[in-house]
Design a protein around this ligand. Structure first.
Ligand code: 7PJ
Length: 270
């Protein structure tokens, strides 16, 4: 059994620390682009208790510029090596089959694709390995997804889409025990949709795959609190804690230290 599979059997949620190596990512864009500071960031997240490091080289922010395969590889591969050397479980946040392929050569543990492996060749690359994958729900595509998101029932529609995607992955030979699911907070969803999903997070249990939740510093936190990105830390930790108490197994966060503390507190009570 893989290291990640073992950890997912544990009752306590896992904290996934975010490392963006992009100059234009919405929250920490530009802060970690040079190798030394990115390495320092990886180390400090691990010290703070992050068990997974999620490494991304392409911003999915609406309006973000596209990056080439080579650019993304140049950003991501050195950081994978760094996180590996520091004994982290490594996740790569990418949609490109070529990047997935190279990351797999470095024995990453998880491929996290906000586009759910819909790019040419992506599903094939992961199906011919035994890596874990995270499939995320998104309505539309990053550039335009926030223009006019619409659902009759956001919770059932997101669940149905995830169930359908799991079946498609299984058809390609990816067994369900390799799949992690994510409702995709903020990806083609209004504040109302995001709140509905959070309110009914428990109901994702019926899908029977580990649930990943990423709300860290997102617009929804800013909308509820009327705060800019730099001031969304506390709200993000509370939202992650709510998610953990309602079935989330992996929390994708920027504020690792604070989230780990929150998890220690709730674990002590359970
Ligand atoms: C998510 C992600 C998320 C997963 C991003 C941001 C935007 N991957 N990648 N789930 N968000 N699985 O960090 O706000 O919610 S990029």
């Amino acid at each position: 059994m893989s290291k990640l599979a073992k950890l997912l059997q544990r009752p306590e949620p896992l904290v996934m620390g975010i490392l963006n190596t992009t100059p234009d990512s919405f929250s920490d864009g530009g802060q970690f682009v040079d190798k030394a500071s990115a390495e320092a960031r990886v180390k400090s997240m691990i010290e703070a208790g992050a068990e997974i490091i999620d490494i991304g080289g392409e911003s999915t922010r609406p309006g973000a510029t596209e990056v080439s395969v080579q650019q993304e590889l140049d950003r991501v591969l050195p950081m994978i090596e760094c996180a590996k050397q520091n004994d982290a479980i490594v996740s790569v946040d990418t949609s490109k089959a070529e990047v997935m392929q190279e990351a797999l050569k470095l024995e990453v543990d998880l491929i996290n694709d906000v586009r759910s492996f819909t790019a040419p060749g992506a599903l094939k690359v992961v199906s011919s390995s035994d890596v874990h994958i995270c499939i995320m729900h998104m309505q539309g595509e990053p550039r335009t997804m926030q223009q006019n998101p619409q659902y009759d029932n956001v919770v059932t529609e997101v669940q149905e889409a995830l169930i359908k995607r799991i079946a498609e992955c299984e058809e390609k030979g990816i067994s369900k025990n390799r799949i992690i699911i994510d409702p995709g907070f903020g990806f083609g969803k209004t504040l109302e949709h995001n709140c509905q999903l959070m309110k009914q997070l428990e109901s994702f249990r019926i899908i029977d795959c580990p649930l990943l939740v990423g709300v860290s510093r997102k617009t929804m936190i800013g909308q509820i609190l009327d705060k800019d990105i730099a001031e969304r830390g506390l709200g993000s930790v509370v939202a992650a804690t709510y998610a953990a108490l309602n079935g989330a197994k992996i929390l994708r966060v920027h504020d690792v230290e604070e989230t780990v503390q929150a998890m220690r507190i709730i674990n002590a009570f359970q």
